[in-house]
Design a protein around this ligand. Sequence first.
Ligand SMILES: Nc1ncnc2c1ncn2[C@@H]1O[C@H](COP(=O)(O)OP(=O)(O)OP(=O)(O)O)[C@@H](O)[C@H]1O
Ligand SMILES: [Mg+2]
Length: 410
Amino acid sequence: MFQRIRYRLLLSYLVVFASLLGIFAIAVRVAFTRSLTEQITDKLAAIGKGAAANVEFEKGRLTIESDFRPQDLIAYHQALQWFDTQGNLITQQGQTVLTLPLLPNNIVQVQTGKIPIQAVTVPIIGSDNGELVGYVRVSQSLEEFDETLQKLDWGLSGGIIITLVLSSIGGILLTRQAMQPIEESFERLKQFTADASHELRSPLMVIKINAELPLEYPEEIGPKDAEKFQAIASATNQMTRLTEDLLLLARTDKVPNQNRDTLNLTSILENLIQLYKPQAEAKQINLKFQLIANLQLIGDSVQLTRLFTNLIENALYYTPSKGVVEIKTSHVGSHLYVNVQDTGVGIAPEHIDKVFERFWRAEESRSYWSGGSGLGLAIAQTIAQNHGGLISVTSQLEIGSCFTARLPTS
Ligand SMILES: Nc1ncnc2c1ncn2[C@@H]1O[C@H](COP(=O)(O)OP(=O)(O)OP(=O)(O)O)[C@@H](O)[C@H]1O
Ligand SMILES: [Mg+2]
């Protein structure tokens, strides 16, 4: 149980932490890409302005006196293109030229392809009259830019993975430390329950024996006193059962592995049906059964008897007279199913999850004192789980309930 809480705690911590890291990484990448792009654009624009200054405009013709050394352009993966006002290419230098037509309104152009290229267009203004005489387009391969981004991605994801690994190690240690006091106090509580119920057994036994003793000689005590002793005896019985139940719950939680013998589930059920037949007849309940012969099972026969006792007692108790209680077995795959079905008062849908809780009883059952403590189904469920099985329930108010115990055959 604590293991599961610990895992859930760790998992939610890691999910939160990973999402924070993810958001951080995305923000860093976006900011970095934007500033790198701006930097390239500024650099290309500066080169473009320089190139525009080298242009002479004479008699309606552009003459270009580039002082850019072509090997520099190649080394930086850059290129220059000169256009006239109509967008016709006049001349170009460098290799990473854009093949796209000139778009004077777009200062920045990006050409995707095997090698992505970014270009910046700068207008050329005539020095004498200040008129537009043409355009220079400077371009640069984005290969380096992509490489830088890739390096950034690797760095970020590597960093995130290392941080997550480290923080999950830290998280394991932290959750262990945080859960330890809770686990210890839970353990102490269970130990206390076990000890207290164990210690209560003998004084209760003494009270019971002493209360029952005078009842054997009713002539010595008056009828009034007999009644009182009777009340003491039955209340003591009640308390004895309660302490036994508490002891069993506290112990089964601690030692999940009980006696493991091969046993015959069918005969356990048959014995129980024989045992409860008189009670059913007294209440005019039709106790029916449909059992598969010789159902073999590995488990603890005392505990399994307890499990089905609790289910059958409930069915008989919560079914009014003239009702039907039916016990059925089936064998599907590697599981045995035992159905205890009744035509009783049923359980409200909003209560159906609560019936297996310790000390839970429906209001109606609580209103009249019946001697129940609300531990029966909790014990039955614990026993089923200790055997690797489960009890489930379907029920409809005023129509009836069906409790199904599923137990593995091995
Ligand atoms: N077959 C049933 N039909 C209707 N309600 C049921 C049935 N079985 C259990 N319940 C409801 O579930 C509650 C819990 O059952 P559980 O057996 O745990 O306690 P209990 O029978 O009240 O007391 P005890 O500890 O003596 O068994 C009951 O109080 C009752 O309200
Ligand atoms: Mg019960």
